[in-house]
Ligand binder design. Structure first.
Ligand code: BGC
Length: 860
């Protein structure tokens, strides 16, 4: 990737004074590193990650392609597809001036309660590793850095800043470190992020694991960056292999800067350590094209959808998630709009379809045959609003989203809609068509910025009512220079009724409607709230507003910036609006009547970015509100009911055996609704297989609750299917499960068949012959599990050892090679990888519980 050899990089380090070097070790601002002309270093920019590339701004003015959630990517079990998504993200990064993506997140699905479950790939370390390697190769192959995070043990959110996670050595190696190891060794990751939490007594930014394992064992030559504000000390962190403290500058966020300079001068931290950190920063810069004004590698263009394309199938939504913006720039869902230079919409649409898991399909209800298809009742809180991503730092602002309702309408079906129930817990941001600029000219709002002397310093015309400023106010003023903000807009009623208007944020807010004060309120945060919760889901204040049909109200929201306890960090708030709706009983009844009178009912239930978010773990896996009741009643009214589950992580589906079909769709990215139409109508296969066990109940799952600051991974190796196997418990849907639209027969397995593989690759080659016994072409994920019944070592009953995707036409037989890496037979004991000589069993099939073929492998 770079012309800079090591000697050159070292000579650049040698050119710098100690002051210059130490300055480089903390960010220059929230997202970027300092430039250093004396080293030929330009400003290098980082950005979250992983469901898109947000860029340096955090609002609707800087849109990003929104790819399906990481759980969805893993559900494809398709490394080539994920690598292509990595390339797409690299193109996005370059388009947005980003050099290093803060992704992928490769912590494990230790338990579905984990708030960032949607952001991680799988409960299985091998699947996580394979998908992670592909993601990183896709990005880095195009010259954009990946940051593998969060190293390590950040598998849940409760007390994440301080919790000490206790993991025994074997479990740490075989489960939690395994994806990091594979990605570092095989994809050569350029950056790793040290987590907030501690592991076995040391906070991760000071952990001995950084040097002992990353550097010394794995030979990692990349950068270790702290999670944002995770650096907590001067000397211990500097002596550990932490290279870069983020965010910056040090004067604002600490703790390095001048304090580290002093520590080096006083001899408490060796200057050679500083040199190594700077060397790693320069190495990263060289790799991303950040030295000597090198032109970064320009990947294929992406997201080049014309910004002024008129929305084709936008439906006003009365409930939108906090991080959804008006669909003001969405392309028509037509072939011509889908053939832009990089075909981003088409790729995202195909990826979403490839991730959907058809968990149940009684009487082959799906795919729906178009000929003769009557009215389709589209029902549910997640049908009208596209829930395309989870919450927290993974938030991006897509240029448009396609909801299930929009996608099905656009597919030309006879569609009728009923929300059935409100699934969300909080009121969402005001949006079109109710939200208009003060002059009523177009959707949006105006923000005016005032100094402490009351002088108007500048203004912004905005398309949405979600406001987030982090490193100053969009070039209008530096942090600290603005005392008051005023948001002006018009709220125009559609139907007559009771609207709820208000704000979510921190500090003092005054709301005026037609110049009359509605409230003057200071909103405060819970003391123990996580920073992500504080910033992304702060308290709300709403006030009722009775409006006549078509009535307009001039609204002014005044915020005293310095009254927010988070003012030093940034300014975050939004103007919220809930439009009139029936009571839940009325909505339920209407939905059931609609279902009864329709040919098919598609009920879209799920969660939101507030239910599944960074910063908070879930305490219940149940669907919010009365969604379970809704599905049951709809299914009772219409036997042709499809339940579409729109969540990033497992939720409880106590009615699963009462509906004909269950389709698990994750958070599907911006093309979600179009992909859903493709799959329901059979234009695409539901290609996904579960990357994580879908439990039938929340009993017996590992807890995320620390006791006295300690979270013990007492279950050891037994998470996910390993635990269900050991306990003889039945999940609702097992790991690896998923039906496509064809059927397969597993014909034969051959060990040591030596399929095309790089010579010298250690491991065992297995060939599995499968036949497409159905009537459609299809894709199968052939899964191979290892087991060792007579082992002297405690082991799971079986573990995933390899997999491969195979395509076949009806009647076709295909022989697919699956490489089982040597590590699949090893276990960690006494400080090293061990191989227990003897016979392992390899079983192949279509899921962790459907393994018709077995073979033996003798290892020495
Ligand atoms: C998250 C990271 C993220 C960082 C920057 C942190 O709160 O844990 O995953 O990359 O913020 O947004």
């Amino acid at each position: 990737m770079s012309d800079h050899d090591e000697a050159d990089l070292r000579s650049r380090v040698a050119r710098l004074s100690l002051e210059q070097k130490v300055r480089l070790l903390t960010g220059a601002d929230f997202w970027a590193l300092y430039p250093e002309p004396d080293a030929g270093l330009r400003r290098v920019v980082t950005s979250d990650g992983p469901a898109g590339v947000r860029g340096e701004n955090w609002d609707e003015r800087d849109t990003s392609a929104n790819v399906p959630s990481p759980t969805a990517l893993a559900a494809t079990w398709d490394c080539d597809r994920v690598e292509a998504i990595g390339r797409l993200l690299a193109a996005e990064a370059r388009r947005k001036g980003v050099d290093v993506l803060l992704a992928p997140t490769v912590n494990l699905h230790r338990t579905p309660f984990g708030g960032r479950h949607f952001e991680c790939f799988s409960e299985d370390p091998l699947l996580t590793a394979r998908i992670g390697v592909a993601y990183v190769r896709g990005l880095q192959g195009q010259g954009v850095g990946a940051t593998v995070k969060h190293f390590v043990g950040n598998d849940s959110e409760t007390e994440r800043m301080s919790v000490d996670v206790r993991i025994d050595e074997r479990t740490l190696r075989e489960l939690y470190l395994a994806p990091f190891e594979a990605i570092v060794r095989e994809a050569g990751a350029w950056a790793v992020m040290a987590a907030y939490n501690g592991v076995n007594g040391s906070t991760m930014t000071e952990s001995p694991l950084l040097r002992a394992i990353l550097h010394d064992e794995w030979g990692y030559d990349g950068l270790v960056v702290s999670d944002w504000t995770a650096t907590r000390s001067v000397e211990p962190a500097a002596r550990a292999a932490l290279d870069l403290a983020m965010p910056g500058p040090a004067e604002r966020f600490g703790p390095w800067g001048g304090a580290l300079l002093e520590a080096v001068r006083a001899g408490h931290v060796d200057e050679a350590l500083v040199d190594d950190k700077v060397l790693r920063i320069l190495r990263l810069a060289a790799r991303v094209g950040g030295l000597d004004d090198a032109v970064p590698v320009t990947p294929v263009p992406a997201n080049t959808v014309p910004a002024n394309t008129v929305p084709a199938n936008t439906v006003p939504a009365n409930t939108v998630p906090a991080n959804t913006v008006p669909a003001n720039t969405r392309p028509a869902n037509t072939a011509s709009a889908n053939t832009g230079p990089a075909d981003v919409p088409r790729e995202l649409r195909a990826a979403a379809a490839a991730s959907f898991v058809l968990a149940r399909n009684e009487r082959s209800l799906l795919p729906l045959a178009r000929p003769g298809l009557g009215r389709v009742a589209v029902i549910g809180p997640n049908a009208q609003v596209a829930r395309t991503l989870g919450g927290g730092s993974a938030t991006v602002f897509p240029p448009y989203t396609v909801s299930p309702l929009e996608g099905l309408r656009e597919a030309g079906l006879d569609v009728a809609f009923a929300p059935g129930t409100l699934g969300h817990l909080r009121t969402a941001a005001a949006r079109a068509p109710w939200l208009l600029r003060p002059d009523g000219s177009r959707p949006g709002a105006e923000v005016r910025f005032f100094s402490s002397s009351g002088e108007l310093v500048g203004s912004e015309q905005r398309d949405a009512a979600v406001f987030r400023w982090m490193s100053g106010f969009s070039g209008i003023a530096a942090p600290g220079q603005i005392a008051r903000l005023e948001v002006g807009c018009v709220i125009r009623a559609g139907e007559a009724g009771l609207y709820q208007l208000g704000v979510s944020g921190l500090g003092r807010f005054r709301l005026f409607a037609d110049d009359a004060e509605v409230f003057d309120e200071t909103l405060a945060v819970r003391e123990d709230a996580d920073i992500a919760e504080t910033l992304m889901a702060p308290p709300q204040r709403l006030a009722p507003l009775a409006l006549a049909a078509g009535q307009s109200v001039a609204v002014r929201l005044v915020h005293d910036v310095r009254s927010s306890p988070m003012a030093g960090f940034g300014t975050f708030f939004q103007l919220n609006l809930e439009v009139p709706h029936g009571t839940d009983d009325e909505e339920l009844e209407a939905a059931v009547a609609l279902a009864a009178g329709s040919d098919v009912a598609v009920v879209v239930v799920g969660t939101t970015a507030e239910v599944e978010s960074e910063g908070v773990d879930r305490t219940s896996l149940a669907l919010p509100g009365r969604q379970d009741e809704l599905v049951r009643k709809v299914a009772a009214a219409n036997p042709r009911t499809v339940a579409v589950v729109n969540s990033g992580a497992p939720v409880l589906l106590p009615w699963a055996d009462q509906v004909a079909a269950v389709l698990l769709t994750w958070f599907g990215g911006q093309e979600f609704g179009n992909a859903l139409a493709d799959v329901l109508l059979g234009d695409a296969e539901p290609g996904g297989r579960l990357p994580t066990t879908w439990p039938a109940s929340q009993d017996g799952l590992p807890s995320t609750r620390p006791a006295d600051g300690v979270l013990s991974y007492a279950e050891g190796l037994f998470i996910g299917y390993r635990a269900f196997d050991r306990d003889g418990r039945e999940p609702l849907f097992p790991f690896g499960h998923g039906r496509g639209y064809t059927t397969w027969s597993y014909e034969s397995i051959t060990v040591d068949c030596d399929p095309a593989r790089p010579s010298g690759t250690p491991g065992v080659a297995v060939c599995v012959e499968v036949r497409n016994t159905g009537t459609r072409p299809g894709r199968e994920i052939v899964q191979v599990y290892a087991s060792r019944p007579d082992s002297a070592v405690e082991r799971p009953a079986k573990w995933l050892a390899g997999f491969a995707a195979v395509d076949a036409d009806p009647g076709e037989t295909v022989n697919v090679g699956v490489l089982i890496p040597e590590r699949a037979f090893q276990h960690w004991a006494d400080g090293g990888w061990m191989l227990e000589p003897g016979t392992f069993i390899l079983s192949a099939g279509s899921s962790s519980v459907s393994l018709p073929l077995t073979a033996e492998v003798a290892v020495k």
